[in-house]
Design a protein around this ligand. Structure first.
Ligand SMILES: Cc1cc2nc3c(=O)[nH]c(=O)nc-3n(C[C@H](O)[C@H](O)[C@H](O)COP(=O)(O)OP(=O)(O)OC[C@H]3O[C@@H](n4cnc5c(N)ncnc54)[C@H](O)[C@@H]3O)c2cc1C
Length: 479
């Protein structure tokens, strides 16, 4: 063991194992304890799409929507005409945008693997704010424009629209539902409610979309006399509805029947941290990769109704998967009471936090329970790998024996940076410290996973230390 500083780096291993009893035979490949069989090969690159490609397609769709409005609007004149025209184009963009928002969350494998669930969730949240604004602006501009054109007040025009125009009342209810969902999704409101409460309220978005659909054809200028536009617009909504049902409902149920996931054991890893071993058949067909996660629904009386994301903490095997969970709330605490034989619906694998074969050295940077996906990657990545594991106390470190055994078997280096900043006497993840621990830091492909504060500080420190942003990958445990 080499102590770089007494508290900040509690242990360093480079090929040598400080726990003689745990050292595998020289040359014996390390086998992850959770993987009952051989690790599944890395299939990075198959069927993935990149963020730029997806954003370009979304942008082209928006241009086509504006072209549709242009095509259906031969003449715009006067204040009333301009207000109505602006309201119509914003309404069309909102009608297109909600479909995109739903598609981003449809759990489409190419998006999940190419872009990553956390980034898709950020796009969805940001897009949701724009769409709610578009819906509100659409309603107000149409009301104002119609009132100007009819030489009446906005109040009497509102009454006329709601009572005399087909399907507008239903669409208005849908619009208010969407606004409500937007309000409960604002950070201040969301932090005050349980995740599950927010999640189930969020599902009212589907009802809002259904309520607003028909008014587009009933009163929308772009569709009234354009059969082709009605066809393609309906096809877009229908396709996304089918994809949602397929990937969010049918695929998990089919996987449940095919793989027969069952809890086979629960093991304590440290204070408040347990590993759950889940057995199943034909697990290699899942093509799960170290670094990915599943949404797990444990079929017990108290847990069946919610699924929670947990990363694989060991390389997936052909008959066993392992997750490791820190008790942070109701669900994570309840997992320690799971009994062998409990059936499980596992949705996934998801996530783009997987290593590609760039040929560069790899640095894995873990904080707290963020060690889970990195533990799986540490055991399986080819080439030179360094692991830095940041924890505020010795008790918080999990997998110490496993990590040391992996380091010893593959000749890798692992640093444990333990203690509070005050104890350490500074920031253990400063650019200077990172450069001193990892030779040729700027040449490394870096994977960071930990609490959000630590992750953003680490990403900035790495960048300041000269690592290009495209070489820094991180996973957030918060959607
Ligand atoms: C991609 C990903 C991978 C993760 N991997 C791991 C892991 O390997 N080990 C681990 O210990 N934790 C992991 N987490 C975090 C874990 O999902 C949450 O700690 C857990 O769901 C908390 O649920 P709870 O009921 O115990 O706590 P609560 O107190 O109900 O929730 C605490 C926080 O967890 C988040 N959360 C709660 N329920 C859900 C849900 N159903 N879906 C998404 N987020 C939710 C919310 O941000 C919430 O504020 C991961 C999270 C994500 C997004």
């Amino acid at each position: 063991m080499t102590s770089l500083t007494r508290r900040s780096v509690a242990a360093r291993h480079s090929g040598a194992n400080p726990h003689p009893g745990t050292r595998p035979h020289p040359g014996t490949p390390y086998r992850a304890p959770a993987a009952g069989g051989r690790p599944v090969p890395n299939r990075k690159g198959s069927g993935r799409v990149g963020p730029r490609g997806v954003l370009s397609v979304i942008g082209l769709g928006a241009v086509a929507v504006i072209a549709l409005w242009w095509h259906s609007t031969p003449d715009v004149s006067g204040l009333g005409g301009w207000l109505t025209g602006a309201g119509e184009v914003l309404g069309l963009l909102a009608g297109y945008g909600v479909v995109i928002l739903v598609a981003l969350m449809a759990r489409l494998p190419p998006l999940e693997r190419g872009i990553g669930t956390d980034r898709l969730a950020r796009w969805h949240a940001m897009g949701g704010r724009y769409i709610v604004s578009l819906v509100v602006a659409h309603g107000l501009l149409i009301l104002w424009g119609y009132a100007v054109e009819a030489h009446t007040t906005v109040v009497s025009e509102t009454a006329a629209l709601l009572t005399q125009y087909p399907d507008v009342l239903m669409a208005t209810v849908g619009g208010f539902l969407l606004l409500g969902v937007g309000l409960v999704s604002m950070r201040a409101a969301r932090q005050r409610m349980r995740y599950e409460t927010w999640y189930y309220l969020h599902l009212y978005t589907y009802l809002a979309i259904a309520l607003a659909f028909s008014h587009q054809f009933a009163v929308g200028q772009a569709f009234i006399s354009n059969l082709a536009a009605r066809f393609w617009w309906s096809a877009m909504y229908l396709t996304v509805a089918v994809l949602v049902l397929w990937y969010r409902v049918a695929v998990p149920l089919r996987a449940f029947a095919r793989h027969e996931f069952k809890v086979i054991g629960v093991k304590g890893e440290g204070p408040g941290v347990i590993s759950v071993y889940i057995g199943g058949s034909h697990l290699d067909e899942l093509a799960a990769e170290p670094g990915q996660f599943f949404r797990w629904r444990f079929l017990t009386r108290s847990l069946w109704w919610s699924s929670h994301p947990y990363s694989l903490s060991a390389a997936p095997g052909t008959d066993v998967l392992r997750i490791t969970v820190k008790d942070l709330g109701d669900h994570s605490q309840a997992l320690s009471r799971l009994r062998p034989g409990t059936r499980v619906i596992a949705e996934g694998p998801y996530g783009a936090f997987t290593a590609g074969g760039t040929g560069r050295g790899v640095l894995l940077l873990a904080g707290g329970v963020g060690i889970t996906p990195l533990r799986a990657m540490f055991a399986t990545l080819p080439g030179a790998v360094t692991l830095i594991y940041r924890a505020s106390s010795e008790q918080e470190i999990v997998f110490r024996d496993e990590l040391d055994a992996i380091a010893a078997a593959r000749g890798a280096t692992v640093y444990y940076l333990v203690g509070t900043r005050a104890e350490i006497g500074g920031d253990p993840l400063s650019p200077r410290m990172l450069r001193s621990l990892v030779p040729a830091l700027d040449q490394q492909e870096v994977y960071v996973c930990g609490p959000s504060g630590m992750t953003s500080a680490a990403v900035e420190a790495l960048h300041a230390a000269g690592v290009p942003r495209r070489q820094i990958h991180f996973e957030s445990f918060e959607f």
